[in-house]
Design a protein around this ligand. Structure first.
Ligand code: UD1
Ligand code: CA
Length: 453
């Protein structure tokens, strides 16, 4: 294949989203729509990626990663005008220009490759990716001649009744032989229902010049779905999430209920892990093999090892090492690091703390800004009082420590290796290794406290 430059049109506001945010930044499976397209273009290995931005250009540029040449379109005068801005950069580019809209993130690498191949094999001046859809409302319609050749693309607002009946739509993805199409940019007009420069007019101009045009019909119309409003966004999200679950299953991960499982595009899960229903795994999360996640777990930007079991829990920015069990009803907040084979049980919150290997925090505890050693036991109802009203203080607990039920550890405080803290103690001073700290008043029983009736 010769040289290929891609131009992504992403300057529009996306009026139908009814948002201040640029449409192409709306996330889908945890990534901005536009990022999905850029990532596919990187994967198919195009030579250059130009992205046309306008509305909220600075925010769009800052939110998208990749080897992109940004092209500014100051006024959004239509898709033809957007491509014309990129034409200034393309000059007399000696190859194929692949044009895509920034609002169709379901397109796949395979379909783009098929389009490029057909374009090259047929030697076309332009090849349009089309699709037959159950409901063509809102899309530009493909107009073919009696012998099936591409003649024009007519926008819905410009279409007559007969054209509106056509169920073959323009995807807004095209291949152009730039030597032929580039020369037409200055001939685009805005004499249409929307008063815009339509990119699609290139097709009728080429047809008029008797240039060779081709069509590639997408096998799966869902791939070319354009996202214009939040209803379509939700539909696309569902399709993409289903695809992600299927891919994981093919790679050896069991997803018991794909309908209630939400896994972001950047998540990595190793083989023989099982994902139970009502689970959301988001951001740059990694999960090792042979783990069981769910039911009802939300994990965000966390790293989990192998053989981990997490149920009914929320994890954010946490690190969970091999063989750890979390939940039910646990909350691991940013900076929680749980060592191998440790257990975090029910109604436990861990924040910015390291829990050593083999340590158990089985129930009803808060551990914040703490360092806990190996094989210690943090009893039921224990809390680290880490906040003095002004700043956060650290609690350090050694190896083999036993903290009795309902103890308060008032930070800053240290409990040495193999020490004991008696149940109900409020510890305000350091406990030496192997000592027993008792920090509570002795019980007195007042005899005959209640008078006889
Ligand atoms: C466009 C096509 C239509 C096709 C549909 C597929 C045209 C005239 N129409 O319509 O045939 O069926 O996509 O989804 O091309 N953009 C700019 N600058 C502009 C205007 C738009 O960069 O001045 C960008 C938008 O950000 C968007 C893309 O171009 O990513 C498409 O624009 P949009 O307004 O959504 O076009 P449609 O009306 O959907
Ligand atoms: Ca659109």
């Amino acid at each position: 294949m010769g040289k290929v430059a891609a131009v992504v049109l992403a300057a529009g506001k996306g009026t139908r989203m009814k948002s201040e945010k640029a449409k192409v930044l709306f996330p889908l499976a945890g990534r901005p729509m536009l990022q999905h397209i850029v990532d596919i273009l990187i994967e198919i290995g195009v030579d250059d990626i130009y992205t046309v931005v306008g509305y909220e250009a600075g925010t769009v540029q800052a939110s998208i990663a990749g080897p992109i040449t940004w092209v500014e379109q100051r006024e959004q005068l239509g898709t033809g005008h957007a491509l014309a801005q990129a034409a200034a950069y393309l000059g007399d580019f000696p190859g194929v220009v692949l044009v895509l809209a920034g609002d169709m993130p379901l397109i796949t690498e395979a379909t783009l490759k098929e389009l490029l191949t057909r374009h090259a094999q047929e030697g076309n001046a332009a090849t349009v990716l089309s699709a037959r859809v159950p409901d063509p409302t809102g899309y530009g319609r493909v107009v073919r001649s009696a012998d099936g050749r591409l003649k024009a693309i007519v926008e819905e607002k410009d279409a007559d009744d007969r054209q509106r009946q056509v169920d073959e739509i323009n995807s807004a993805i095209y291949c152009f032989d730039w030597g032929r199409a580039g020369a037409l940019m200055s001939r685009l007009g805005r004499d249409n229902a929307q008063g815009e420069y339509y990119l699609t007019e290139i097709i009728s101009l080429l047809a008029g010049d008797k240039d060779k045009l081709g069509i590639h019909v997408a096998a799966d119309h869902r791939e070319v779905m354009g996202i214009n409003d939040r209803v379509q966004l939700a539909q696309a999200e569902k399709i993409l999430r289903r695809r992600i679950c299927h891919k994981l299953m093919r790679e050896g991960v069991s997803v018991l209920d794909p309908d209630s499982t939400w896994i972001d595009a950047d998540v990595r899960i190793a083989r023989d892990t099982t994902i139970l229903p009502n689970t959301q795994i988001k951001g740059q999360t990694t999960i090792g093999g042979n783990s069981v996640i769910g039911p009802s777990v939300t994990i965000q930007a966390s790293a989990l090892g192998e053989g981990v079991c997490v149920q009914y829990a929320v994890l954010e920015g946490a690190t969970v090492e091999d063989g750890v069990s979390v939940g039910p009803f646990a909350y691991l907040r940013p900076g929680a690091v749980v060592g191998r084979q440790a257990k975090i049980g029910d109604f436990v919150e861990i924040k910015n703390s390291r829990i050593g290997p083999g340590t158990k925090v089985p129930h009803l505890a808060y551990v914040g800004d703490a360092e806990v050693g190996a094989n210690s036991n943090i009893g039921c109802g224990v809390i680290t009082a880490n906040y003095d009203g002004a700043s956060k203080q650290k609690t350090t607990i050694g190896d083999g420590v036993f903290i009795g039920s309902n103890a308060n550890l008032v930070a800053p405080v240290r409990v040495g290796d193999n020490a004991y803290v008696a149940a109900g103690s409020t510890v305000t001073e350091d406990v030496p290794p192997r000592a027993l700290a008792i920090a509570r008043t002795r019980q007195t029983n007042k005899a005959d406290w209640r008078k006889k009736d």
